[in-house]
Design a protein around this ligand. Structure first.
Ligand code: ZN
Length: 134
């Protein structure tokens, strides 16, 4: 079962401008910054009181998933990430229930976490990420 919202992922056109906006105008603090060169994306995790986290997703290349999202839909909501206790058993449980998985097994996420994505078709058009924290 899902425990809580881990973070909300938002695609942005210019990550540096968005980081400035969130930290200088909205009261967020930078929790983590990471670039995934293989995937051509750059991430910034911004937090309110360590409780609410927004993940800004920026693109490093024209063929990245973020660049594709930006050209198709423009900036905006990309995914909602729910925290789970055990991601492996959760993926098995959801697949048995008929949910469409993008990742059949978990992969490494930011800060040593394990993550997996579920297809928007199974969640009314919303891309869902699962996250198991270490
Ligand atoms: Zn995420």
């Amino acid at each position: 079962m899902f425990k809580e919202i881990d973070h909300i992922g938002i695609c942005v056109a210019n990550i540096e401008d968005s980081i400035k906006q969130y930290t200088e105008q909205l009261g967020f603090t930078m929790a983590a910054r990471e670039s995934l060169d293989k995937q051509g994306i750059t991430l910034a995790f911004l937090s309110l009181k360590g409780e609410t986290t927004v993940e800004l997703l920026g693109s490093l290349r024209d063929d990245s998933v973020v660049a594709k999202h930006l050209s198709k839909r423009g900036p905006g909501l990309h995914h909602i990430c729910y925290r789970v206790e055990n991601i492996s058993s959760e993926l098995i449980r959801l697949e048995k229930l008929g949910y469409r998985l993008i990742d059949k097994t978990s992969r490494p996420g930011a800060a040593g976490s394990k993550i997996a994505f579920l297809h928007p078709q199974s969640f009314g058009g919303v891309l869902v990420e699962l996250c198991q924290r270490v």
